[in-house]
Design a protein around this ligand. Sequence first.
Ligand code: ATP
Ligand code: MG
Length: 250
Amino acid sequence: VVKVLKIGGSILTDKTRAACARNDEIDRVAAEIAKSWKDLIFIHGAGSFGHVPARKYGLPEVFDPAGLLETHSCVVKLNGLVVDALAKAGAYPMPVHPFSCTLLRDGRIERLPVAPIAEMVRRGLLPVLHGDVAMDTSRGAGIVSGDQLLSYIAKALKAEVVASGTIEDGVMAKGRTLKEITRDDLPAIGSDLGGSSGVDATGGMKGKVLELLDLADDGIDSQIFNASKDGMIIRALSGEPLGTGVRRSR
Ligand SMILES: Nc1ncnc2c1ncn2[C@@H]1O[C@H](COP(=O)(O)OP(=O)(O)OP(=O)(O)O)[C@@H](O)[C@H]1O
Ligand SMILES: [Mg+2]
């Protein structure tokens, strides 16, 4: 049973301030994952380590080598903090940097070899990917969000548990948290589904939902849950329904 978990940069960082880690939250998330990481692939968002420099350099619209290096270096730093915390908590994490192995076309992943990731899992390692910049055959370079990585890897490895933890209880519309969402619900939700309250170059909640609806179209359900509350990550990894389920239209 392959499981793929994404924890948003909204949990691990302060998204309103450049390269600002929330170390207590990184340690708490690492401790929860370390209790339940068998067969897991972990992805973390870029948070303010990625979205802030990306905006500063006008990525992905502008191709800027200095911007690419700064953005990539920054998210790799966050990844280092996360990997260190996971190792300290007792897991066997291994960093996987999307920039080094991903090819985009028009902002969408065209190639990302998952065999090394599957092999890590088979050997009892915990692959740790992150939102990153990546080369793009049509635009020079682009941004590959943790949300897109979650959906791509879950599909490629036919994951049975797919969970996206963020700072909200799930997808909110008309003042309440939706139990589930399908593509058919989008028109009715309309402008309730928005971007991010912090700096976010990849569409905030809307981007997340659209990625997971693509995955649902391929027959893989997922959920968006609140990972800022103690114990929720362990519950999500056990397959318990939490927050908002993202499902295929009936
Ligand atoms: N309908 C909605 N329901 C819930 N959150 C919403 C909604 N519309 C917009 N949002 C915003 O989306 C944000 C979550 O997306 P955001 O991309 O900031 O977090 P993340 O994915 O956890 O972080 P990262 O992109 O760094 O991984 C929420 O904090 C909220 O401000
Ligand atoms: Mg986001």
